[in-house]
Design a protein around this ligand. Structure first.
Ligand SMILES: [Ca+2]
Length: 548
């Protein structure tokens, strides 16, 4: 961001902050005993938010807007089920706040069933902050618009430089130092390093207790497979078992054509390599079943360090953030495979849909969108996500520099974390606008200790810029596709079954339950039977509708 732009942003924020934010309520406003407008928000119970009713941000917003929120919370584990029940019941809250409304759900409940309010006109009339962000983030209006041209859900922006290449491996540097090894550059050197970790006692206790590689499947980018497959073929396949399978099933874009990698000889070669590592005892078997906390326990739970290489979008995924072991893991540059392939997958920056959805029965949609609009200002995002001004964050001072070296916008006073219960803000539930300018505008002292908690954003920015971005090819990444509701009803189940099979087979090939040599042809013919060709075709149609 240029200096002029950032000054303009600051000026806009000042203007917005000094103007009365919202003017009077609509005539049909529902008002409480004290004359306040009331809105019902349904949200999911969040472990790290103590109580929405008494949360400091709820109170702050009530004072600011005069709108009283009646919160209804549903249990996290039953979100999907409960949401479907509510939508079938005919008795809706005014707002679904921070729920998982996917594009498919917005199509179904918005376009098809008419249960959700179209927001296009409300955005244009009452949401100056959101409009500004939509203008600034390329393609974002299209990304939140359903195929029928309507916007049924307000987004959350987390456009994060390091997240675009979040698939990272980390090597425990003291092990390298102890054995006199350099960071590996190729898949071959990587294998040799893991063997050395297994056999050469790098923790020096005389026991063969080292775990050369350990990952996790329910954690942010901690699976063992994706990083390594990208040394064989461009792979965008999320093998996590806990997320919805509508994307990241191995599809990618090649000059406007949607293809898959999962039936190619190069992918097979990658599976062979992974299976070899597994067979040699270099990959911890629990990597395919355990979650983040179990991985942290493995890394941190022993007297002496045992884990040599691990994975995660950042160090907190696998270690105690800021602790001694965390401080000694170093990001590994994507490895060059035997055929010269060296990719890192790109996760395109795009808004998450449906973080603030208004039901068609809401009587005060204008108040609701005005309430939400504040969250799209830099101040609103900081207040909602980071906490109280001058307690948890402050505006940047003259001369402070952002992560990208440009003048800073804001400074984080207390390390941000979503692991300890708090009642100051909503963390990352609901709408927010963390644009590139916002995130890179976080003040970062030039002499910061990169491996301290305060240095996390700078460390991830540097690692991504220096090691990962050079191996990214964003043109291969499949953007989020929007399907017509008849396509959803025809293909949703097929897609789910297909994705399940691809992910399951991936793990089975690695651990040897399937044989890469003997079972490959059956696997490829099963992909066909499960509808791979049809899925590619319907994806191509959606892609052409949106991007041609
Ligand atoms: Ca040892």
């Amino acid at each position: 961001m240029t200096k002029v732009n950032r000054c303009f942003l600051m000026l806009m924020m000042t203007l917005l902050a000094s103007a009365p934010l919202f003017s009077g309520g609509s005539q049909e406003s529902k008002t409480g005993d004290d004359g306040k407008t009331e809105l019902t928000f349904m949200t999911v119970e969040a472990v790290y938010i103590e109580d929405y009713d008494t949360n400091d941000f709820t109170t702050f917003m009530e004072e600011k807007t005069g709108v009283h929120i009646n919160w209804e919370t549903i249990p996290e584990q039953a979100e999907e089920e409960k949401l479907n029940l509510v939508l079938a019941s005919g008795d809706y809250p005014d707002v679904f706040f921070g729920l998982d409304f996917t594009d498919d759900k917005l199509s179904l409940y918005g376009t098809e069933e008419g249960l959700l309010m179209p927001l296009n006109d409300l955005i244009d009339a009452h949401m100056p902050n959101l409009k500004k962000v939509l203008d600034e983030v390329p393609g974002s209006r299209g990304a939140i618009t359903s195929p029928d041209g309507k916007i049924y859900g307000l987004p959350s922006f987390n456009i994060c430089y390091h997240c675009e290449n979040a698939n990272k491996f980390w090597v425990y540097k003291p092990f390298l130092d102890k054995l006199g090894l350099d960071m590996p550059k190729t898949t071959e050197e990587f294998e040799q390093m893991l063997i050395a970790f297994r056999d050469m006692d790098p923790n020096g206790n005389g026991k063969k207790d080292e775990i050369p590689f350990a990952g996790a499947t329910v954690a942010w980018h901690a699976t063992p497979d994706l990083f390594l497959l990208n040394s064989f073929v461009y792979t965008d396949l999320n093998s996590r078992i806990d997320i919805s399978p509508d994307r990241f099933i191995g599809f990618y874009v090649d000059n406007g054509k949607i293809k898959t990698c999962v039936d190619t000889p190069a992918y097979r070669k990658g599976l062979r390599y992974l299976h070899k590592l597994y067979k040699e005892g270099l990959i911890f078997p629990g990597s395919f079943t355990q979650d983040g906390p179990q991985l942290v326990q493995l890394v941190e739970g022993s007297d002496l360090p045992v884990v040599g290489v691990t994975a995660g979008g950042w160090g907190g995924v696998f270690s105690d953030f800021g602790g001694e072991r965390y401080r000694n893991f170093r990001p590994l540059e994507p490895l060059m495979g035997p055929d010269g392939i060296q990719y890192t997958p790109t996760f395109l920056p795009e808004p998450m849909p449906g973080r603030f959805v208004i039901s068609s029965s809401c009587k005060n949609p204008v108040e609701a969108v005005k309430w939400a609009d504040y969250l799209y200002s830099p101040e609103g995002t900081l207040r909602a996500r980071n906490g109280i001004e001058d307690v948890s964050w402050r505006w940047a001072k003259e001369g402070e520099k952002g992560l990208d070296g440009n003048p800073a916008l804001w400074y984080q006073i207390k390390p941000w974390n979503d692991k300890d219960p708090q009642n100051e803000c909503f963390l990352e539930v609901g709408p927010r606008a963390m644009t590139n300018e916002f995130r890179l505008g976080q003040a970062s002292p030039q002499d910061i200790d990169l491996y301290s908690q305060d240095g996390i954003e700078q460390m991830l920015f540097n690692a991504t810029r220096d090691l990962y971005r050079p191996h990214a090819d964003a043109s291969k990444a499949l953007p989020r596709l929007k399907f017509l509701s008849e396509e959803v009803s025809e293909f949703a189940t097929i897609r789910t079954e297909y994705a399940k099979y691809v992910k399951q087979s991936l793990v089975q090939f690695i651990v040897g339950d399937l044989d890469v040599e003997k079972d490959w042809n059956t696997y490829v013919s099963n992909l066909k039977k499960l509808g791979q060709k049809e899925l590619l075709e319907v994806s191509q149609k959606a892609y052409d509708r949106q991007f041609k």
